[in-house]
Each structure stands twice: as structure tokens, then as C-alpha cells.
Design a protein around this ligand. Structure first.
Ligand code: TXE
Length: 452
């Protein structure tokens, strides 16, 4: 059994990929259990060096991985190169962890008390199609660094870079069975990660709906789970902001990766006194956003991932008030032009994650109104605040219920800083200095020192 991988920029089939069954997952987990014991028993420096060798292999094959992502996901080549480099950087960053997973020594009477960060064992990682390489690395790098084995399931639509990364892991010298990429459907392979007793932790990135059901199934087995789910993040522009700079940055905040980004600032909230002026500035910036052949160096946005997803995105725009649109190629491929719509807070376009290049604009009156509107969503992943007032930047960033905020920029992801959502956007955090610890359980040991 297999499934067909399609190039979203052309609609042409590019590869058949195996569809694993439960027996195949079970074999991989059995191998992972054995590999993990040996891996956790290695000297910390040996694990660190193995991860650095893995990072070097990714670096050496960066262009190949980037080209694969262009073909499989339609990401512009400049973005795909960044993504491949990011995977190597994440591995290098967490290669420091094996030697730094430092426990505590706690003062107690009658002995010595110390804590250890013990790896879970085998970690199951379920990856979506929007950022296939990077999202995978946010889990597999710290999980391996903490002494775990990893089984990883890429999304059905975008398995190619993950498969190659799995091969590079072996070629770079990681032990057989320690890191296995298994292609297949979510309901079979992903679900088996959840139900398999030897998979001791699950990391899931995807839709809120599936994430909730994965968490519920994990709960029955008392299996810890990290969830990175959807978003409907606000980009709040106050009247005192540098409006030219904010308008120029807005297309990238929502149309990057064709809006298929959980951090996309898909709701633009603009203070009423500068609302018309801001839209005047935004329109040429949207018109100038370059949508086209992802293989071109200057392309800023490629196609959507599939025909079905394009239909879903289009269904949001059909009954919306379109303010203006950018341009997109016609013909083969799953193209969708960047679109700016005007909305009221309760509208479907203002509440649901569209996951496409659609920006919903709403006015607000004052700071309190901006905070109320920003929080008027089930989600809480990211957001931006544009203001020249330091006090307002601090007040609003503390009041918005989101996990990742930026003031006067749209930054969300740096591997050195924590990433993750509040409310329906997720549970737990990835990246940052503590991520490896999230793949361990704390063990406390008391050594009695009483003389015999
Ligand atoms: O996600 P799914 P889909 C949102 C976005 C998008 C929508 C649907 O709005 O339009 O979700 O995308 C695996 N047990 N996001 O259908 O189904 C599946 O194989 C275990 C936002 O692709 O959640 C894939 O590997 N695993 C998000 C992964 O889960 C299961 C990124 C995600 O698939 C499973 C992606 C099951 N029962 C979509 N069912 C973001 N926030 O970045 C599926 N999977």
C-alpha cells in the first residue's frame, strides 16, 4: 500500500510513498526500545558528538533538502533553504544538552539527595504538512539529546524531507533504530504512537480537533503529550506606531508560507483613527507581495498545499467582504492570491483558522478595546503589537493571552526561545533552553549516609 506525493506548484505526482501498517510501527518501536537503552548508556559527550555529526550531515545536504521541500511543499527556495539550515542549527543547539542535563542536589538530613533527568524511552512525534522539516526537528533534536529514541510520522502530503533526514541520521552514524521515520496515515501510524505502551511520550502538531483527541487517548494511558495546534493571532497596530514600517511588515506576517502557518497574524486590528490611512499603506504592500514559481530566488509565496485545501480556503472568502487582493499565477498548481477582507469580530473569517493567505481586518477604539478583541478567540498562539510607547508595548503584551508575542516585529520562532500556545493553541512548550528537560522525567534519589 502506498500514497502519491504531489508537487503543489504543478499538480504533478512526484513520488509513491509507503503506507505503513500497525505491524510495521510495532517493529520500529521494538527496535527503538533496544536502541534507546544503548543510546542512554553512552557517555554524554558521545551523544553530543553523534548529534553534531547528524547536524553536519544536514548542513552538507542542505541544498538537497531545500529542493525536496520546494518540490513537495511548494515553499519558496529561499524559505526552504532557511528551513534546512534551521534543522541543523536546532540539532547543534541541543547537542549541548547531553552534557548539560544538570540535576539538583537538595539539602536534607541524614544523607545526600539528588535529582536525575531520566529519558522517557521512546518518543512518538506526529508532524503536520505546513513546515515538515522544522517542526519535526523541534521534537526529535531535544528528545534524542535527552537520551530518548524517536519514531516520527510526517504528514501524508509532505513526507519527502523527513524520509531523507531519516536516511541522513543513519549515514551520519546514529545507531540503527534510534530515529525512525514511518510514513502512513494519522489514523493508523499516528494513532499507534498514541496507543503503543512502549511509546512513552507523544508530541503532536496539527489541528486542534485531532490534537484534543490525541490528548484524550494519551490521558487514558497516562502518557504525557505536547500539543502545538492552531492559531488566529492578532497583529495590533496602534495610532502611535510607525505606520509605514508596520504596513510594510504586514504581508510577511500573514502571507508567509501562503498563510499555512500556525503563527500567521491572520487578524489585523487597527486603531480607528488611523484605520483608513493604514489600509492605504497596506494595499500596495499586498500588491507587491511576489507569488509564483517557488524555484525562483525572489518568490515570496508559493501555492497552497493541495486542491482540497485551496477549496477550504476559498470557501472562507466566497461570502466575505474583500477589500483588496494581490496577484497569483493561474493554471496548474494550487494557487490562491493574497486576500484582505473586512470583518466584524463574530464573523467566521474572524474566528476560525483559515490557514491560507487571507487577512481579516477590524478596527478598534482604544487600548482596552484592542486587548478585548485580541483575546476574542479560542486560540492563543502568537501575536504582534505595533506602538512607539514602551509602556503600552509592555501592558498589551502582558494582557494578550498568547504564548509568543513580539512588539514592533513579527518574530515567533527562534530555537533559543520557548515556543507554544495558550488556550486552544496547545499544551506545553517546545524549543528554548529547557526543551530537552521536557523529554525527561525527574527522578529523586536519597542516599543515606548514616554510619553502619
Ligand atoms: O491536520 P491534522 P490537517 C490546521 C489547519 C489545517 C487543518 C487541517 O487549520 O487546515 O488543521 O490540517 C496526523 N491520530 N493545522 O488535516 O489532521 C496527520 O497524519 C494521530 C494547523 O493536515 O491534524 C498529520 O501527520 N495522528 C497546524 C498530523 O496529524 C493523526 C498544522 C496533522 O494532521 C490523527 C496543521 C489521529 N487520529 C494543520 N489524525 C498548525 N497549527 O501548525 C491525523 N493525524
Amino acid at each position: 500500500m502506498s500514497f502519491t506525493v504531489v508537487n503543489p506548484a504543478t499538480g504533478v505526482a512526484i513520488r509513491e510513498v509507503a503506507r505503513a501498517d500497525v505491524a510495521l510501527v510495532d517493529e520500529a518501536v521494538a527496535r527503538a526500545v533496544i536502541a534507546q537503552r544503548a543510546w542512554a548508556g553512552l557517555a554524554p559527550l558521545a551523544r553530543a558528538e553523534a548529534l553534531r555529526a547528524f547536524a553536519r550531515a544536514i548542513e552538507q545536504h542542505g541544498e538537497e533538502l531545500a529542493r525536496l521541500e520546494v518540490a513537495n511543499s511548494g515553499h519558496p527556495i529561499s524559505s526552504a533553504r532557511w528551513e534546512a539550515a534551521h534543522v541543523a542549527q536546532v540539532l547543534n543547539y541541543y547537542s549541548g544538552s547531553p552534557e548539560r542535563l544538570i540535576g539538583q542536589q537538595i539539602p536534607v538530613a541524614g544523607g545526600l539527595d539528588v535529582t536525575f533527568h531520566e529519558p522517557y524511552g521512546v518518543v512518538g512525534v506526529i508532524v503536520p504538512w505546513n513546515f515538515p522539516m522544522t517542526i519535526a526537528s523541534w521534537a526529535f533534536a531535544p528528545a534524542l539529546a535527552a537520551g530518548n529514541a524517536v519514531v516520527l510520522k510526517p504528514a501524508e502530503l509532505t513526507p519527502l524531507t523527513a524520509l531523507r533526514i531519516g536516511e541522513l541520521a543513519l549515514e551520519s552514524g546514529l545507531p540503527e533504530g534510534l530515529f525512525t521515520v514511518i510514513t502512513g496515515s494519522g489514523s493508523v501510524v499516528g494513532q499507534r504512537f498514541v496507543s503503543h505502551p512502549d511509546v512513552r511520550k507523544v508530541v503532536f502538531t496539527g489541528s486542534t480537533e485531532v490534537g484534543v483527541s490525541v490528548a484524550a487517548d494519551c490521558a487514558r494511558l497516562l502518557k504525557p503529550v505536547t500539543l502545538e495546534l492552531g492559531g488566529k493571532s492578532a497583529n495590533i497596530v496602534f495610532a502611535d506606531a510607525d505606520l509605514e514600517k508596520a504596513a510594510a511588515a504586514t504581508p510577511g506576517s500573514v502571507f508567509d508560507n501562503a498563510g499555512q502557518d500556525c503563527c500567521a497574524r491572520s487578524r489585523l486590528l487597527v486603531q480607528r483613527s488611523v484605520y483608513d490611512r493604514f489600509l492605504e499603506l497596506l494595499e500596495p504592500a499586498v500588491a507587491a507581495w511576489r507569488v509564483g514559481d517557488p524555484e525562483r530566488e525572489d518568490t515570496e509565496m508559493g501555492p497552497l498545499i493541495s486542491a482540497a485545501h485551496r477549496d477550504t480556503v476559498a470557501s472562507f472568502v466566497d461570502d466575505a467582504r474583500v477589500a483588496f487582493r494581490g496577484a497569483a499565477p493561474t493554471g496548474d498548481g494550487f494557487w490562491f492570491a493574497p486576500t484582505v477582507v473586512l470583518a466584524d469580530p463574530g464573523d467566521r473569517v474572524a474566528q476560525q483558522e483559515i490557514f491560507g493567505p487571507v487577512l481579516t481586518v477590524m478596527p478598534f477604539d482604544d487600548e482596552a478595546d484592542a486587548i478585548r478583541l485580541a483575546n476574542d478567540t479560542a486560540f492563543g498562539l502568537a501575536g504582534s503589537i505595533w506602538t512607539e510607547s514602551l509602556g503600552r508595548g509592555i501592558r498589551v503584551s502582558r494582557a494578550v493571552r498568547s504564548g509568543v508575542l513580539s512588539v514592533n516585529s513579527h518574530s515567533s520562532v527562534r530555537y533559543t526561545t520557548p515556543f507554544g500556545g495558550m488556550k486552544a493553541s496547545g499544551l506545553g512548550r517546545e524549543l528554548g533552553p529547557d526543551a530537552s528537560e521536557h523529554f525527561t522525567e525527574t527522578k529523586n534519589v536519597f542516599y543515606a549516609t548514616d554510619a553502619p
